[in-house]
Unconditional design. Structure first.
Length: 97
């Protein structure tokens, strides 16, 4: 079964409030086997007009585990903590075998 990746672009609008989201989302990631590959860091646009704010890349053993993370009660708590603190754009991408 190929790995799966959740890729997110986060625009933070409230730096203080987002701290609780980060804490809760980290717990959810740990509970669901996510490997954090990228969480913030300097961004250099190489091509096109995409101007991401903050990029996060998580690797999961499978798409099913990535979906379980996304649908979990743990991540639902994190989402509620994020309300009004950030705009999230997130996709699930399946890797190749």
């Amino acid at each position: 079964m190929p790995a799966a990746y959740i890729i997110a672009n986060v625009t933070v609008t409230d730096e203080q409030q987002i701290l609780e989201y980060r804490r809760l989302s980290t717990l959810a990631m740990q509970a669901h086997g996510a490997e954090v590959l990228v969480r913030g860091g300097e961004i250099t646009v190489l091509e096109g007009d995409w101007q991401p704010d903050r990029v996060v890349v998580l690797r999961f053993p499978s798409a099913e585990q990535a979906r379980a993370f996304n649908d979990s009660a743990e991540y639902a708590l994190a989402r509620r903590a994020r309300d009004g603190a950030a705009v999230m754009r997130m996709v699930l991408v399946e890797g190749v075998a």
